[in-house]
Ligand binder design. Sequence first.
Ligand SMILES: [Zn+2]
Length: 200
Amino acid sequence: MRNFLIMLGTTLFLTTACQAQHMEPTKDTTPHTATQHVQQQGSPAVYPVTKSDAEWRALLSPMEFHILREKGTERAFTGKYYGFDEAGSYHCAGCGAELFSSDSKFDCGSGWPSFWTPANDAAVHSERDERYGMVRDEVLCARCGGHLGHVFDDGPRPTGLRYCINSASLRFIPAEDLEKEGYGEYSRLFEEANQGNKKL
Ligand SMILES: [Zn+2]
């Protein structure tokens, strides 16, 4: 009987330890650590700018539509902003929202434009992406939900993050043109988003 109790106790201990071990990796390996903006709830995100596929197709080039609205990826080393280092800001090719600054751009040799932080905390939104047998953090425009790329936790200081972004999802505006143009051609696209901001 005593042996039985010892066995029972050992079994319970191992079961508990096993559960603890199962709990630990879930906590430690969660990709949520790569960014604070991961959508943790099951409900889909709500974006201020929404359009039908037909409306997006009318605004975007076929490549831009494929990447932004169909979560496509441009081939490495082919994007117009890879190996591009002018001073200015990078805006969403879909809705015009400011997403990244040249100040945080760096060359990691991946073949895609890389940034160590977005333009501000509210600029991008992230969601867990388990496509193609990988677990990654997808990066989306927080204003229109357009797919931008992915964020990884192997970036440089101070954030340690690497936002790996498709050139086709971005529009670069040189620093000297930003104020002068008042976002120029993007003003129409900004209108809807600005209306949403006024309500805040
Ligand atoms: Zn956008």
